[in-house]
Write a protein that binds this ligand. Sequence first.
Ligand code: CA
Length: 236
Amino acid sequence: MVKAFLFDMDGVLFDSMKHHAEAWYKVMGERYGFTCDRSEFYLYEGSTGGQTIDAFFVEQKGRHATDDEWRQIYKEKSDVFASFGEALPMAGAADVLRKVGEMGLTRVLVTGSGQASLIGRLDKAYPGVFDDAHMVTGNDCPIGKGKPHPYPYLKGLEKAGNISPEEAIVVENAPLGVRAAKTAGIFTVAVNTGPLDPQVLKDAGADIVLGSMSELAEKVVAIASSHRDTDTSHGH
Ligand code: CA
């Protein structure tokens, strides 16, 4: 029986990935001289800022980033991101959240982002849906345990009321996020809101791949009830 939906934030609840990719490109590429292109950051999406920066250090400098280095770079990236102004709520997301609430299911946010600006904006875009008790952010994740590590989604199950993986459904848009959710043992709906080939999300393990949050709004009740039915038979 499904008890909760766990929602990723960037690219699911907010149409913010273009701004993130551009901010990463400006700081990592233009300021710090790493070789990168904007689309590459969609593949790192869901990881914490520290992990993303460290991956570039390891690949291009042959060593890990120091704490001071990644904190400084992540601060600059966050400042550039903030300078782009508010990201819009994702079309269809409010309907998805409302329908999940109407089914009596718990809604939990699970994001790699630790940016106070965006998290604070949640309550403005989706009033009363998420409070601190129903949120896992990048600040809750020790370095090395961001997505694709299952830790954030296991934390999400705790915050949903210590439920089991079979009692939850994850909504994600990024391959690393899908892998995190599947490694945690949770049924995962991928919404392909960015430039990726949908096959990348299937390959990451998504149980269902949809084209948008509006499509999920149309199907979310059916998805929740069919998952409910299959639970008792241990069908998956
Ligand atoms: Ca995302």
